[in-house]
Write a protein that binds this ligand. Structure first.
Ligand SMILES: C=C(O[C@@H]1C=C(C(=O)O)C=C[C@H]1O)C(=O)O
Length: 377
């Protein structure tokens, strides 16, 4: 036996002891869970954990081992909590979320609101998601759409949440937080931006180009390269840009909008193709004030705050990993009046009826601040 083999034998013997001791600890943890189920006491006890970390740290021989022991026990206690969340779920202790499941969404004859005007991309997303029986209304801001839903004056709303080139629509995240409307579906639409103007307009006549900020952002490489001299002006919606150019009748103005907007407002397309990325698409969410999810729903959106402390996001994300849940997206938004503190928005794969989802949500609810379920769709 070489010297190395001898040491490895010693390590193996120690590791066997650690595994045995870990098992013993987990058996006690199950008894703790039992007690908590009966007494209704919450799983996470941050004071007890901090005190344990302090006393265990003090047992260490040096600073290096102290740091290591702190890290190891933070993990051991996190695992012990996850075991307890699992036992709570298995014992039928339900999460306090009042979501109703339904076989399918009922939108026949529904009232649907979108932001913008006919010819806008939201309009196209709405037409694709719903059938022809719906009654539609349009408003000029996203906030108004949210408001109408919250007051139950409209059944569903269609709002853009993310573009594959320009990224997330951050205002929508802020509105999701402000209004208690829920995501019940999503629709992705391919975005083909085109440059349009009054019939007969030549490129060299144009001085100003109008579009939604996302339209301008998505076409900025094309504009920078070909027409850096044009003034870029933001309007609320791409179709509104087309409508403005048509209504004002000036040859020095152009709009960046969809083909359907050009057709709807009788404008001539001066440039199509190559204005924005080839695979440019926008994802729209379908919102409702009713908290329901369809039985086959495979995507969940949540948001929560976190204390400004080292490792808090890491600990929360561990609930997804531990329960084998795939994350699609993570987004952070600043919390107003709390400089440099953030609220996180996460989309992940699953259905609210899945035990793995229940376990993860239970853990996140206990360990994050103000968890909100935004939808399962
Ligand atoms: C086991 C318990 O539950 C949790 C896990 C702990 C641990 O593993 O030591 C400590 C405190 C709690 O957050 C307990 O409450 O004692």
């Amino acid at each position: 036996m070489t010297e190395l083999e001898k040491y490895r034998d010693q390590i193996d013997a120690i590791d066997r002891k650690i595994v045995r001791l870990f098992h013993e600890r987990m058996q006690v943890v199950e008894k703790v869970a039992d007690y908590k189920i009966k007494s209704g006491k919450s799983v996470f006890d941050s004071q007890r954990e901090q005190q344990k970390i302090r006393t265990l740290g003090e047992l260490c021989e040096n600073d290096f081992e102290k740091r290591a022991v702190v890290e190891i026990f933070e993990q051991i206690m996190a695992i012990s909590r996850k075991k307890q969340y699992q036992l709570l779920t298995e014992n039928g202790v339900t999460l306090p979320v009042d979501y109703a499941s339904t076989e399918k969404l009922h939108f026949h004859n529904a009232r649907v609101v979108f932001q913008g005007v006919e010819g806008a991309y939201s309009f196209e997303a709405m037409k694709t998601f719903f059938d022809d029986s719906i009654e539609t209304a349009h408003v000029s801001t996203w906030r108004e759409a949210m408001e109408l839903l919250a007051r139950h004056e409209m059944d569903f709303g269609v709002l853009p949440i993310e573009n594959s080139t320009a990224g997330s629509v951050s205002d929508i995240y802020d509105l999701l937080l402000h209004y208690h409307n829920y995501i019940v579906g999503e629709q992705t639409i391919k975005i083909d931006h085109m440059l349009m103007a009054l019939p007969g307009t030549r490129m060299e006549d144009i001085r100003t180009v109008y579009s939604h900020p996302q339209g301008l952002a998505q076409c900025s490489p094309w504009l920078d390269k070909n027409h850096p001299e044009w003034t870029r002006r933001q309007v609320l919606n791409t179709a509104m840009a087309a409508e403005k150019v048509a209504r004002e009748g000036r040859r020095d103005q152009a709009a960046i909008a969809s083909r359907s907007a050009a057709e709807y407002f009788g404008l001539q397309i001066l440039q199509e193709g190559g204005m924005s990325a080839e695979k440019n698409s926008t994802r729209f969410i379908i919102l409702s004030a009713r908290r329901c999810f369809v039985k086959g729903a495979r995507k969940i959106s949540i948001c929560f705050g976190l204390p400004h402390a080292c490792g808090t996001l890491y600990n929360i994300l561990s609930h997804f990993i531990f329960n084998g849940l795939n994350m699609f997206k993570i987004e952070s938004r600043p919390i107003p009046d709390r400089p440099f503190e953030y609220r996180f928005f996460i989309d992940f794969e699953g259905n609210l009826a899945d035990p793995a989802v229940k376990n993860a949500l239970r853990g996140i609810q206990a360990e994050a601040v103000d968890l909100r379920l935004l939808g399962n769709y």
